[in-house]
Design a protein around this ligand. Structure first.
Ligand code: ASP
Length: 350
């Protein structure tokens, strides 16, 4: 007789198959169970993954890899959506959000952090040095300074110029996929950016979310962003919220999100993706279900915004799904053209 447990497992797998609109569930699982492996959001993930790979290739821990990896876009002044050079809030402050999670379920987070170039490392310190998960605003800055982080000006002249341009109209009009605005299709990574080409009257976003599986078979993740450009001072998106912008469960898999954070928070997106993988969904199917949850709840809103989920399971299979065309993720399993690939996320709105 089928046990209740087995029955539930089979039922969930059946649901996964049905949800794929004709794509067999098995075919939707990318990756061959290879490890180590690192995946991260957007074109700039290629350069970030390379730094993560240096750690993974030496047999390093996934946690160290994702921290090193996301340092790349955080330090890149040309990347206007993460870290240094990120577009400021409505009042001209560059405020950063980040979180990190390891294979043991430890996690740390900072939100609305100013003046620190690597918010992900502050988040890691919160995880390792305090009994807390999250520090915000001035408290997060105070903690960072007490722990040896340097206070810096993160507003570049280019981002200041874009903000002043935006102030002329001060319209909150979302732009789907900042990379479609700035990326000419030549090469990949941060060098492809020209922030000056971005419209000054737009609301822009894009986060680096990175998840990795190390040689020991352990998963970790990191997520870091300057959030929505020209946001209200104090606005926090999904990226530093454990379960929304990032979630890791070492038994099952890890997931991260990018796009309009408010909608990701409402469905606790990354946690949802991991829980769906626990029920047997392949990564892409799990991401699709999470996207569909958003579409079902707010169909009109979903048409106007971009959201993408990216997932990696314990076997090293990965997948993504998003609302609109334009979302891609970087997947790295080594060094070289075949090992460092940019994969287009499938999308709902054709
Ligand atoms: N999720 C980020 C936020 O809402 C922005 C993005 O990834 O596009 O702050």
């Amino acid at each position: 007789m089928k046990s209740r447990r087995n029955f539930l497992k089979t039922a969930a797998l059946g649901a996964a198959t049905l949800s794929l609109d004709g794509i067999p569930a098995a075919a939707a699982a990318r990756g061959t169970g290879r490890k180590p492996i690192v995946v991260s959001t957007w074109d700039f993930g290629i350069a970030a993954n390379r730094a993560a790979w240096e750690v993974l290739a030496k047999g390093g821990r996934a946690l160290d890899a994702v921290e090193a990896g996301v340092h790349v876009p955080e330090a890149d002044p040309k990347n206007v959506t993460v870290g240094y050079g990120g577009y400021p809030d409505r009042d001209g402050h560059v405020t950063l959000d980040a979180c990190i999670m390891d294979e043991l379920g430890n996690c740390g987070s900072v939100a609305g952090l100013e003046h620190i170039i690597h918010p992900i490392s502050v988040a890691r310190k919160v995880m390792e040095k305090t009994p807390h998960v999250m520090l915000v605003g001035d408290g997060a800055l105070q903690f960072a300074l007490e722990n040896g982080f340097k206070k810096e000006n993160l507003l570049t002249p280019e981002s200041e110029k874009a903000w002043k341009e935006w102030l002329k109209k001060a319209e909150y009009k979302p732009v789907i996929n900042i990379e479609n605005q700035s990326y000419e299709g030549k090469g990949t990574g941060a060098t492809a950016y020209n922030p000056l080409r971005l419209p000054g009257n737009a609301w822009n976003h894009d986060t680096i979310g990175m998840v990795a599986l190390d040689a020991a078979g352990n998963l970790s993740g990191a997520c870091t962003t300057s959030g929505m450009a020209f946001k209200l001072h104090g606005r926090v998106g999904d990226s530093p919220i454990i379960g929304a912008g990032l979630y890791v469960d070492n038994e099952v898999g890890a997931a991260t999100a990018t796009g309009v954070g408010e909608e990701v928070i409402r469905v606790v997106g990354s946690f949802l993706v991991v829980e769906l993988m626990r029920q047997g969904y392949p990564p892409e199917a799990a991401c699709k279900e999470a996207v569909m949850r958003i579409v079902k709840k707010k169909p009109a809103k979903a048409k106007e915004i971009q959201i993408g989920f990216l997932a990696l399971n314990k076997k090293g299979e990965h997948g993504a799904y998003c609302l609109h065309p334009g979302f891609s993720y970087a997947c790295t399993t080594g060094v070289g053209e075949k090992e460092e690939v940019l994969i287009k996320g499938k999308y709902y709105f054709q």
